[in-house]
Write a protein that binds this ligand. Structure first.
Ligand code: PLP
Length: 635
């Protein structure tokens, strides 16, 4: 069969008479059978449910109109409220004065299969059947006619094709759309003048409601021609290229089903866009919230001296290093940072990494390998676990902070080249401390290497913020790693150890060798922060005072809470309860996250408060009160 004539293949799926999904293609005759089969497969797997009826229509088409695709651009919205505000301003830009009323019409609309056809100025609905609406059909992307049909929906390409046809219809001035697919939160505003503007978030994931309005002018008395064009004129849209990686593949369904399972279990997570400087108050979708979850324990990320050092370094050394440390990426400030870190932590030498995560992965996987044994605390940070996995060494997990268990495991671990005992210093989800003196003594007794991750201890634990060794007044572990990204307010990680170990890492640590050197801005900010920590050790004392004030405020309200660091966990157990408590606190403008599986074990979900030296006592007292209220109301 030749490429001509073309056929329109339309699919509509429903259950109990209610519409579930629909799609169409315009394809060459030889592709029609497979296209029909693919559309049926797609209907059967639709996230809104399995249909009890699928109708297929295959019709020869002629007189096809070719039109160009609207130009595409993306507007980032953090929340559905943001997204709707963006949509409103875009409609205004498209010349529609009553934009806010149109957005309200869309939000208030009942589910319908087609679109509303609304006059831009009178807001009168012009479609003859308000239940059915107007449907834009008979269209496809040009160039797809000989290709194999897609097995899954590509929202992006299909929406551009539809919007381009709609924008070309007589009298249409704009369109606004929110998808009714519960998994698809992106919507758009389109018009001939401003093009196709994707808006990244128009509703919450899982919300099955959507809607579509075609906005027109000057056709109130005779909308028939416009409706006929939308519903009947076959159109091929030129240049509607699909967004790569979106849909059109056999693996989309398996990803969707995992995401759906997570949502069902209260494990769904997404990023939140915060405005303002890092610190104790952030602006979130236009309101100010108190932040009680930042790792910036000393308020240094927002300190003007630290920011100035970063800005100056960018001007002096450049924005990036454009090379790995062993090639062209080592600048004078890298050497200075490492010397200062070694001095501050009382080590022979130090090595910096781009992040604390990379420091753990890079140091553990270099020190331990096949033929070695790593003994790892069961609550160690994910970056330690990943380092252990990558190393290829045998890994033995001992009970949390249980030195008896560690001794038992060490005493049975003969025949290994190296034995490495790895522990968080401050445990990041519980706030407790590793028993460093006992751990070091055991390592010496059994000839093992001791390795401590002081990420949450730097700037927090010990009189001068030098970590666990200072706190306990004992020797340092053989290897201490830390991060520049938490209390030091910058970004990066480091390893402190003997010169021998550091030389070994320079030659063996793959994240050090094969990744670009830390940026001058991050390095200079870390140096400045370290200087402040040295010059102003009272910050550490102020932090400790704030922690004590906060836990005492909770205790007064009957909530037992304790910590050896700045992390205060309030363990609630159930994942959904923790998520609900966090959401209620957010309603009261306190940002306190629910920590859930996989960060902590299943059934150990919690609220996790991080106290900062920058918090005012008023804010801490108000937070304790809000937590007590929310937990009491949920009991
Ligand atoms: C945060 C953290 C890290 C990772 O540090 P980044 O600089 O954020 O990559 C490593 N270990 C522990 C214990 C941490 O809490």
């Amino acid at each position: 069969m030749s490429d001509r004539p073309l056929y329109s293949v339309k699919m509509r799926a429903s259950r109990d008479g209610a519409h579930i999904s629909g799609a169409e293609r315009i394809v060459a005759g030889k592709a029609a059978p497979e296209t029909a089969a693919a559309l049926v497969r797609r209907a059967m797997a639709h996230p809104k449910g399995t249909p009890d009826s699928i109708s297929l229509k295959v019709v020869e088409t002629s007189g096809i109109l070719h039109i160009p695709a609207l130009p595409v651009s993306t507007e980032v919205a953090a929340t559905p409220e943001d997204g709707l505000a963006v949509a409103e301003s875009l409609l205004r830009k498209a010349g529609i004065a009553r934009a806010s009323e149109i957005v309200a019409m869309l939000k208030g609309s009942r589910p319908m299969r087609g679109a509303m056809l609304v006059d831009a100025d009178s807001l009168v609905r012009l479609e003859p059947d308000h239940e059915r609406g107007v449907r834009a059909t008979c269209m496809d992307a040009a160039g797809a006619q000989g290709r194999l049909p897609p097995t899954a929906k590509n929202h992006y390409a299909e929406a551009i094709v539809l919007a381009s046809k709609v924008a070309a219809a007589p009298g249409i001035v704009a369109e606004i759309c929110i998808s009714d697919d519960p998994d698809y939160v992106t919507g758009y505003v389109a018009s001939p003048g401003i093009g196709y503007r994707r808006i990244t978030r128009m509703k919450e994931p899982g919300d099955p409601h959507g809607g579509r309005i075609f906005i027109c002018r000057g056709i109130s008395s005779s909308p028939d021609e416009t409706i006929r064009f939308l519903e009947e004129t076959p159109v091929l849209v030129e240049g509607a290229t699909p967004l790569s990686g979106v849909g059109d593949s056999c693996w989309r369904d398996s990803i969707d089903s995992e995401l759906k399972t997570m949502r069902g279990r209260g494990l769904w997570r997404s990023t939140r866009v915060l405005g303002g400087l890092p610190g104790t108050v952030a602006s979130l979708a236009g309101r100010n919230v108190a932040v009680l979850s930042s790792n910036g324990y000393l308020g240094l990320a927002e300190d003007a001296r630290v920011r100035r050092a970063a800005a100056d370094a960018a001007m002096q050394y450049g924005a990036g290093t454009a090379g790995a440390r062993l090639t062209t990426g080592t600048f004078p400030i890298h050497a200075e940072l490492e010397e200062r870190l070694a001095e501050f932590f009382g080590a022979e030498a130090a090595l910096s990494f781009a992040t604390g995560y990379m420091a753990n992965v890079g140091a553990i996987s270099a020190i331990a390998g096949k033929g070695d044994l790593i003994l790892s605390d069961e609550l160690n940070h994910a970056s330690i676990i990943d380092g252990c996995r990558l190393s290829g060494a045998d890994v033995s997990v001992y009970r949390h902070c249980d030195m008896g268990d560690l001794r038992g495991k060490l005493s049975q671990a003969g025949g290994y080249r190296r034995r490495l005992v790895v522990s968080d210093g401050v445990f990041s989800m519980d706030g407790d401390l590793a028993p460093l003196p006992e751990l070091i003594a055991l390592c010496r007794e059994y000839g093992a290497i001791s390795y401590i991750d002081d990420a949450h201890a730097v700037g927090v634990v010990g009189h001068g913020g030098r970590g666990l060794a200072e706190h306990f007044g004992c020797d340092r572990a053989d290897i201490t790693i830390g991060t520049l990204s938490k209390s030091l307010g910058s970004e990066g990680g480091f390893v402190c150890a003997s010169r021998r170990v550091i030389d070994y890492l320079v030659n063996r640590s793959r994240p050090f060798i094969f990744s670009t050197a830390p940026s001058p801005t991050a390095v200079a900010a870390a140096i400045a922060a370290l200087q402040i920590l040295e010059d102003e050790p009272w910050r550490v004392g102020k932090l400790r005072g704030n922690v004590e004030f906060f836990t005492a405020s909770l205790a007064r309200r009957g909530i037992p809470a304790g910590t050896d660091s700045a992390i205060v966990p309030l363990i609630l157990g159930d994942e959904k309860i923790a998520a609900e408590a966090s959401a209620r606190l957010m309603e009261r403008n306190f940002m306190i996250p629910a920590i859930r599986y996989p960060t902590v074990p299943m059934g150990a979900a919690r609220l996790r408060v991080a106290v900062s030296a920058a918090h005012g006592r008023d804010m801490l007292a108000a937070a304790a009160e809000a937590i007590a209220d929310v937990l009491a109301a949920m009991r």
